[in-house]
Each structure stands twice: as structure tokens, then as C-alpha cells.
Ligand binder design. Structure first.
Ligand code: HEM
Ligand SMILES: *[C@@H]1O[C@H](CO)[C@@H](O)[C@H](O)[C@H]1NC(C)=O
Ligand SMILES: *[C@@H]1O[C@H](CO)[C@@H](O)[C@H](O)[C@H]1NC(C)=O
Ligand SMILES: *[C@@H]1O[C@H](CO)[C@@H](O)[C@H](O)[C@H]1NC(C)=O
Ligand SMILES: *[C@@H]1O[C@H](CO)[C@@H](O)[C@H](O)[C@H]1NC(C)=O
Ligand SMILES: *[C@@H]1O[C@H](CO)[C@@H](O)[C@H](O)[C@H]1NC(C)=O
Ligand SMILES: *[C@@H]1O[C@H](CO)[C@@H](O)[C@H](O)[C@H]1NC(C)=O
Ligand SMILES: *[C@@H]1O[C@H](CO)[C@@H](O)[C@H](O)[C@H]1NC(C)=O
Ligand SMILES: *[C@@H]1O[C@H](CO)[C@@H](O)[C@H](O)[C@H]1NC(C)=O
Length: 358
């Protein structure tokens, strides 16, 4: 039921996306006169309802004049989705990578776009080269492209890079077959990042259940929310260099990696049996003792978490609903107290100080 509805709204949204492009072209003058639109914190508007409204407007008014009433938020959602959809069409794994990028942003000092800041040799070491991220997180070019598309198509609308990450992750879940959820905009970007924070706050593949529960509870997640969030491993891949280390891997897992050689191996191991589809197969794999990471398989070694795994493996609607709710909660993790915030102009670097108060 929820699954069918999300596909319907996706289809309507895609139609609306095409129409929105026309609207923006025709109404540039009006849009130009709207002045600078800064998205307010906690703005919460259902994307699908906006899309349906836009579609109806167009049906009623063939001249599509009312399309100029497309809200700035709706323009941002359309622009990001267009870029994300086409990136995933080009490379299906990119959806998984964008979901993980948002997770690694939010779990380190909140959803502040910190992970997007490039290192500056000699003066700034950010999160990208911290061990959980180094040579592993991906999707930076897609986020940069989405930011550019927002600038190009939503004139004078100011949206943070942290917001773009949240939208991109949600759109990836949907594109790969999962359930949609609403995203409130209004996140702001930090003027710094936390190399050490990435190392200590993110869970590691060798973490036992106790450590995993502690790291998630530090972010106020329940055990059930944790088991739901890790279900993101229903999509994507791990590098062989990760799973060729015995403490990182479920010893019973049948790996596709050739671990007899440990050079600069760029080969990949899929994280579940169906790595390009957002489904409940990850949990089914766990119940067959075929989870890939050590951290994955320990979920079946405790009666509490094992029961949750079984619940999800039994009913994808329960998993989808819990995952969506937990992603919304994760996407609202607040930045650290006292950190300077801004709406970044270029996602990979802080604004020149003249723009800092935007
Ligand atoms: C105990 C918690 C977790 C641990 C220990 C963990 C660990 C890992 C590791 C080691 C990889 C492979 C990295 C590599 O080899 O380059 C990975 C991939 C991935 N993780 Fe997690 N993860 C956890 C939770 C999560 C959560 C909460 C999400 C998202 C909500 C997530 C999403 C992903 C995705 C989608 C991939 C595949 C990325 C790609 O193919 O590019 N993970 N994770
Ligand atoms: C990150 O990976 C590069 C190799 O791509 C390596 O030279 C560098 O030392 C790594 N950085 C850290 C902090 O481990
Ligand atoms: C950076 O991370 C460390 C370790 O988690 C934490 O103690 C510190 O408060 C973080 N810094 C900021 C500015 O959030
Ligand atoms: C889990 O790992 C931590 C850190 O390595 C360790 O201190 C603890 O004893 C482990 N707990 C269990 C139950 O294995
Ligand atoms: C977790 O909740 C407590 C109590 O409401 C709050 O003080 C703390 O900031 C929250 N932590 C995070 C990471 O949101
Ligand atoms: C693994 O790689 C080694 C070294 O390249 C090679 O000799 C061996 O045949 C490979 N094994 C498999 C199963 O492909
Ligand atoms: C591994 O990568 C490093 C740096 O990228 C390179 O110098 C080295 O030759 C590579 N080693 C192998 C065995 O390919
Ligand atoms: C399972 O984990 C729960 C926390 O969710 C803990 O209270 C319980 O002691 C663990 N049980 C076993 C058998 O390890
Ligand atoms: C599995 O799902 C069915 C309905 O979908 C339900 O009747 C049954 O109780 C569930 N079993 C478990 C173990 O959750």
C-alpha cells in the first residue's frame, strides 16, 4: 500500500520535474523579482503534495502561468532529484554511496556538511581523510552538481550543502526501490570539520554489538533504530581491502574477493545478495549467516537484535517504515554547539569571510 503510493508519487514527481523546467524558463522574470529566498529552519512540506499541486496547476492552466508559484523548496527538491536520478542511471552504486555520505555527515557532529570540506594541504585536515572515509566515501561530484543545479534553476534560493546531502540520500533510497519520506530543510553548513570525530564517532566494521549500541545511543538512537539504519547495507559495496582484514568480516561469509593478494586492491564485495535494490534481503542474508561485515552479523548473536532482524526479514513494510523514520531522525542530528555555521556557496570549501553571515 505505502509502496504503491510512493511509486505513484514518484511518477507524478517526475512529470512535475519536466514541467517545472518549462516553468522556470518561462517565468525567469518573476522568479528574479522574488529576491533572495533563504529556506527557513524546520520548513516541512511534503514533496509529493507539492508535485501533485504543480501537476494540477498545469492541467488546469495550459499557459502554465501558475507554475511560477512553484515554491522555492519544491524547486530545490526537483533540481536535486534530477541530478541524483541521472547519476544513479549512470552508475547504480552511486545511490548507495550518497546514502552513506549523508550518514557519515550526520554522525560526525551532526548534519553540517562537514564531510564535504576538502583538505587544504598544510592548513586544514577535515573528515575526508579520516580512516572511516579515506578512499571509501564517494559521491562528492554528484553533490557539487546538485548544488550547481539548484543555483542554476532556483534563482536566489539559498540552500545548504547539508540539506542537499539529506535530499540526495532520500532520493537515492527511493530510486533504488525504498520508501520515500519527507525532509525538512534548514540545515546549515559548518565552517569546520572534525578529523578525530570521524574516527571516534562513526561505527567500524570490527565493532562488537556493545560498541555499536553505544555509538548509536550517543546519537540518541534506540537499538531498534540502529538495526533499521544498518539495513542501508541492503545496497552498495565494501572494498576488498576492508573485508580481507579478518576482524572486519563475518568469517562464515562467502566473499567474492580474492584476498590472497593485498596490493592496492580496488575490487569490491557486495554487501548483500541484491546490492542494487533497496529491499529486505540484507536481513534475510543475516538470517542465513551470510552477512558480510563482522558488525553486520553480530546483530543475530543477541536475542533482542536477532528478533528485530527477523521482524524486518519477514516484512519489508515494517523495515521500510522504521528505516524512513530513523533516517528522518538521523537527518535532524544537530551541529555541535558553538560551531560557526553558514550556507556554503561551494560545498567543498567554506565561504570567503564576506559571505560568512549569509
Ligand atoms: C554499525 C554500523 C555500521 C558500520 C560498522 C558500517 C560500516 C561500513 C563499511 C565498513 C562499509 C564499506 C566501506 C568500504 O569498504 O569502503 C560500509 C558501506 C556502506 N554503508 Fe555502512 N556501516 C554502518 C552503518 C551504516 C548506516 C547507518 C548507513 C546508512 C544509513 C550505512 C550505509 C552504507 C552504505 C550504503 C554502504 C555502501 C556504500 C557504497 O557502495 O559506496 N552504513 N559501511
Ligand atoms: C589516506 O589515503 C592515502 C592514499 O590514498 C594515504 O596516502 C593517506 O596516508 C591516508 N590518510 C590517512 C590519514 O590515513
Ligand atoms: C570533534 O570530535 C571529538 C571526538 O568525538 C569531540 O570530542 C569534539 O567535541 C568534536 N568537536 C566539535 C567541534 O564538535
Ligand atoms: C566489545 O568491544 C570492546 C572494545 O573493543 C571491549 O572493551 C568489550 O569487552 C567488547 N564486548 C564484548 C561483549 O565483547
Ligand atoms: C540526545 O538527547 C539529549 C537529551 O535530550 C540531548 O542533550 C543531546 O544533545 C542529544 N544528542 C544528540 C547527538 O542529538
Ligand atoms: C588470486 O590471486 C592470486 C594472485 O594474483 C592468483 O594466483 C590466484 O589464482 C587468485 N585466486 C583466485 C581464486 O582467483
Ligand atoms: C600501490 O599504490 C601506490 C600509490 O598509489 C603505488 O606507488 C604502488 O606501486 C602500488 N602498488 C601496487 C602493488 O600496485
Ligand atoms: C542483547 O542486547 C541488549 C541490548 O539491546 C542487552 O541488554 C542484552 O544483555 C543483550 N543480550 C545478550 C544475550 O547479549
Ligand atoms: C511474519 O509476517 C506475517 C504477516 O506478514 C505475520 O503473520 C507473522 O506473525 C510474522 N512473523 C514474525 C516472526 O514476525
Amino acid at each position: 500500500m505505502a509502496f504503491g503510493a510512493s511509486h505513484l508519487s514518484l511518477a507524478l514527481s517526475l512529470v512535475a520535474l519536466a514541467l517545472a523546467g518549462v516553468a522556470i524558463y518561462r517565468n525567469t522574470y518573476e522568479a528574479m523579482n522574488m529576491g533572495l529566498q533563504k529556506l527557513s529552519p524546520n520548513f516541512d512540506l511534503s514533496e509529493s503534495s507539492v508535485s501533485i499541486l504543480t501537476l494540477n496547476n498545469n492541467v488546469d492552466q495550459q499557459n502554465s502561468h501558475k507554475l511560477s508559484q512553484q515554491s522555492p523548496e519544491s524547486c530545490v527538491f526537483s533540481a536535486v532529484r534530477g541530478v541524483v536520478d541521472s547519476a544513479i542511471d549512470t552508475e547504480r552504486r552511486m545511490g548507495a554511496s550518497l546514502i552513506r555520505l549523508h550518514f557519515h555527515d550526520c554522525f560526525v557532529d551532526g548534519c553540517d556538511g562537514g564531510i564535504l570540506l576538502d583538505d587544504i594541504a598544510g592548513s586544514f585536515q577535515g573528515e575526508q581523510t579520516s580512516i572511516p572515509n579515506n578512499n571509501s566515501v564517494r559521491g562528492f561530484a554528484v553533490i557539487a552538481q546538485a548544488k550547481q543545479s539548484v543555483k542554476d534553476t532556483c534563482p536566489n534560493t539559498s540552500v545548504s550543502c547539508a540539506d542537499i546531502l539529506a535530499i540526495a540520500a532520500r532520493d537515492s533510497v527511493v530510486k533504488l526501490g525504498g520508501q520515500t519520506y519527507d525532509i525538512a530543510l534548514g540545515r546549515r553548513d559548518a565552517r569546520t570539520a572534525n578529523f578525530t570525530g570521524a574516527l571516534t564517532q562513526l561505527p567500524a566494521p570490527f565493532d562488537n554489538l556493545t560498541v555499536q549500541i553505544t555509538k548509536f545511543s550517543d546519537k540518541n538512537f534506540t537499538v531498534r533504530e540502529m538495526v533499521a539504519l544498518v539495513g542501508a547495507h541492503t545496497v552498495g559495496f565494501t572494498r576488498c581491502v576492508t573485508v580481507c582484514v579478518s576482524t572486519n568480516v563475518n568469517p562464515a561469509a562467502r566473499l567474492s574477493c580474492n584476498c590472497s593478494v593485498t596490493q592496492n586492491n580496488t575490487n569490491l564485495q557486495q554487501l548483500d545478495t541484491t546490492p542494487t535494490v533497496f529491499d529486505k534481503v540484507y536481513y534475510e542474508d543475516l538470517n542465513r549467516n551470510q552477512g558480510i561485515l563482522f558488525s553486520d552479523q553480530v546483530l543475530t548473536g543477541n536475542t533482542t537484535t536477532a528478533a528485530i532482524v527477523t521482524t524486518y526479514s519477514n516484512d519489508s513494510n515494517v523495515f521500510f517504515g522504521d528505516f524512513a523514520a530513523a533516517m528522518i531522525k538521523m537527518g535532524n542530528l544537530p551541529p555541535s554547539q558553538g560551531v560557526q555555521l553558514e550556507i556554503r556557496d561551494v560545498c567543498s570549501r567554506v565561504n570567503p569571510s564576506s559571505l560568512a553571515s549569509m
